[in-house]
Design a protein around this ligand. Sequence first.
Ligand code: AGP
Length: 627
Amino acid sequence: MCGIVGYIGTQAATEILLSGLEKLEYRGYDSAGIATIWEDKIHCVRAKGKLYNLRSKLEHLQTPARIGIGHTRWATHGKPEEYNAHPHTDTANRVAVVQNGIIENYRDLREQLKANGHQFRSDTDTEVIPHLIAQFLKEEIARGESNSEFVFLEAVKKAVNKLEGAFAIAVICADYPDELIVVRQQAPLVVGFGQGEFFCASDTPAIISHTRAVLPLENGEIARLTPLGIEIYNFAGQRLKKHPRLLSLNPMMVEKQGFKHFMLKEIHEQPGVVRACLEAYFNSNGSSSINLGLSDELYADLEQIQIVACGTSWHAALVGKYLLEQLAQIPTQVQYASEFRYAPSPLTPNTLTIGVTQSGETADTLAALAMEKERRQNKQPKYQPRLLGITNRPESTLGHMVPNIINTLAGIEIGVAATKTFTAQLMAFYALALDLAYRRQTVAPDVWEDIVKGLWQIPKEIETNLETQERLTEQLAHDFAETTDFIFVGRGINFPIALEGALKLKEISYIHAEGYPAGEMKHGPIALLDAKVPVVAIAMPGSVYEKVISNAQEAKARDSRLLGVTPVNDKEAAEIFNDIIPVSPVDELLSPILTVVPLQLLAYHIAARRGLDVDQPRNLAKSVTVE
Ligand code: AGP
């Protein structure tokens, strides 16, 4: 995933582009670049690595440009080197393009363009776009169209009709210095409306400090932005009528607000996120109805649920499976979206398919849902697609693609490692499972009410735990800064939390970590254990507590340092664990929302101790919009 921005108006473009890119850096940080137009020329400045490298290159360059485009890259085609950084230009350096996505047919296009004399300077798929546009511009002009107001637009339209793949692009041309053209095809792009100025970006945080009036483009749309206004067309060239809407996002939400990193801020926001979800999904007056706003057809005669997701969202889906099966008694499968796409389960009747993706843009999850929709269409009624999305970005591609959405209400998450959005996904699953359990009467009313009451206590419990957990994990981080391997174990509903704890540590601290169901250790992974390999065990009172404790004993017998995520005043735990990170003794069923927090903090403090870039870990991007 990459980030693109664009500006046209009366202000100095460079700083607007750079500050927009700062807010998009979570989407990729292998290189960055901007192209502006002044003195009838394209001026392109690019730098390998993080945005500050680009900033320092531009430091002494005061440019009069009032139009420009910018890009922050997560490398797909071609190494993360400056020559592959966007913007890319045509041979004559008159057209500049930034792109987020993948041009699948770029090899063929590149060969054709080379045969026509175009010279390529990068290994990227994107570079074909400025060359194609330049070629069509030449053809338009040769046809005597050079005086038409729409020459540039026409050339871009013809070029995008040649492209296959998923992409969002922004284009400028030195010969048309009052036009910024943007295109969306399966990759996000929003246009922001200012006073005599327009902005565009892959995501709203990049423009929120300038305007809250935005228009997210739909797939297959091209917008022509000029100081005089905006025109929107489809790829066939028909003009469309669209209106902006007001964003509720507050610019403060995309600031660190005194925290050292976004990740730490986002961990601390979790009590508020859980509260927001409770207030939105549950009735605080104690009545048993749940408001998810889902259609009744989604629930009718439900026999099966299948969930597709990636990464942390896949872990949330595993907790969801536990809840849907144990509370609502519905057989539930959880699939990696990237696997499901190419090996889907046989079709089952009356099946609800849930796509979980915080960003709503993960290519594998979207493709798995699209595939499921397609293969169920034109089948008998009981096989018809029933799709539900769980996302933190209802305005995303997922939001457009799936008719039923649970909005996870975590607020924008900037840290690449998901924290508060995971907790919010868990809340969505609690609400869904309890709603289904209520409708299907699979849980006794008093038990149902106790679970709901327990959920309302969770924000306070996270708050109570946070201070001690923060202090202890920061201390523990001293001991583990040099550790090379970690094992996380849990059972039942806390097994996915062991996976999530290991993923958090891997992605931000680069320490090898594995999560296992505690009972599986003895079937192989136990061979890894010795005094150098710490084991983190999630041991919450409930159905598997004693089992986890004995599995932890097995690890201790192999000299592993044992860390327990467990209630503090448990005597048995105190004897076994070398270190305890305390968690309030809540009902086992609700415990994942509490147990995940200290694991996020442990990963955070170890990574911070190692001096790593917590919010933008190497090789990663916030969401992966390529296959
Ligand atoms: C989470 O910490 C990861 N960065 C990653 O696994 C992420 O959860 C995954 O890429 C899925 O993203 P999504 O929820 O936006 O679909």
